[in-house]
Write a protein that binds this ligand. Structure first.
Ligand SMILES: [Fe+2]
Length: 354
């Protein structure tokens, strides 16, 4: 193994060790399992040595605690909990919203927006929920809560607006796919699909030098972000998302869906037991709006074909449904329409393959 003095490693040099400066490594609680000696051990000596071939071990929990994200508002957590029981209606959902004056104001502004086109002003939360539906209000509240907490880092090609476009698409696809797979209450698949990548901006803010390189490596190598994360850091944003969901007291089921969104074995017993896992995992294979090529298209096609029951819509039809729902949802969520629809993406891939 080739060992190098960490003291010689500074930003801008080549190789995995130089992705991050030594002060950051210290700050982040570098685990150093490949180290010949402990850095800043007794006497704070700079004696760490490490193999350049090893994974750069950064303590994920310390990265996330350093981010010091505020907790998710209790009202949003309660709405997610309520949505797990289909027997809950407008009265139950109105209670936590009315108890949170900020959220109540947002919900009323949302329902009175021109999108819904009500001719009279809606001034009661319960009436608002009755008119536009429990599901829409819950998704709006959760989306708004997370949107307000997640940072917008300056990190190379990272673009938060594109991430929200991708997220909305993934959420809608996860819900549509979950229904195709026989899930009656598919709202959790929607929420998990929507928030599956919520850790990415947090990590990009905390580890900007690392993530600039990871995002570039993803583009150049045509790899999934999670593959380069795993290779370089030894963990992925999916694990980080699961940790954040638990920190925010979201239901454990929800955290499990997020932390498994990169699973790709359609035949695993776990996927068969809980089709929501498969629905969210398939949504992770959709193209990003910033991608020039949809590399995961064949993987998604194969995954869907393996898992879908007979007489369910083809993937092309499902993508068309998601495009339509996106067009309806985007103005409410203040998200721009992507320049290329999923149907167009799918058509391009099919044409290239023929
Ligand atoms: Fe992801």
């Amino acid at each position: 193994m080739a060992f190098h003095q960490l003291g010689d490693c500074v930003k801008g040099r080549q190789g995995p060790l130089t992705l991050i400066c030594r002060e950051e490594l210290f700050d982040l609680g570098f685990l150093g399992e490949h180290c010949a000696e402990k850095w800043f051990g007794g006497g704070r000596k700079r004696v760490l040595k490490m193999s350049t071939e090893s994974v750069l071990k950064v303590d994920l929990h310390r990265v996330l605690s350093r981010a010091q994200l505020s907790g998710l508002p209790q009202s949003a957590v309660r709405l997610v909990e309520l949505s797990q029981d289909p027997s809950n209606g407008p009265a139950e959902f109105a209670a936590p919203i009315e108890a949170d004056p900020g959220l109540a104001g947002q919900v009323l502004r949302f329902v009175n927006s021109s999108y819904f086109g009500f001719t009279r002003e809606i001034s009661s939360v319960k009436l608002a929920i009755s008119l536009v539906g429990v599901r829409t209000i819950k998704n709006f509240a959760l989306w708004s809560a997370v949107f307000s907490l997640v940072p917008n880092p300056r990190c190379g090609p990272f673009d938060l607006k594109s991430l929200w476009q991708d997220s909305l698409r993934r959420g809608l696809f996860a819900r549509a796919a979950a229904k195709c797979l026989g899930v009656k209450e598919a709202e959790e698949a929607f929420s998990a699909g929507l928030l599956q990548d919520m850790a990415v901006p947090v990590l990009a803010k905390e580890l900007p030098d690392v993530y600039v390189r990871l995002l570039a490596a993803r583009e150049q190598g045509q790899m999934r972000l999670s593959d380069v994360e795993q290779q370089t850091l030894g963990w992925t944003h999916a694990q980080a998302g699961g940790i954040l969901a638990r920190q925010w007291n979201l239901p454990d089921d929800f955290a499990v869906l997020i932390e498994n969104h990169l699973a790709n074995d359609a035949n695993s017993p776990r996927m068969r037991r809980d089709p929501r896992l498969a629905a969210v995992a398939m949504s992770a294979l959709l193209p990003s709006v910033v991608d020039p090529v949809w590399h995961e298209a064949p993987q998604l096609e194969a995954f869907y074909d393996q898992i879908r029951p007979a007489r369910t819509p083809s993937l092309a039809k499902l993508l068309g449904q998601v495009d339509q729902e996106f067009a309806g949802f985007a103005p409410i969520m203040k998200v721009a329409l992507p320049s290329k629809s999923l149907v167009d993406w799918h058509g391009e891939v099919a044409a290239a393959a023929s």
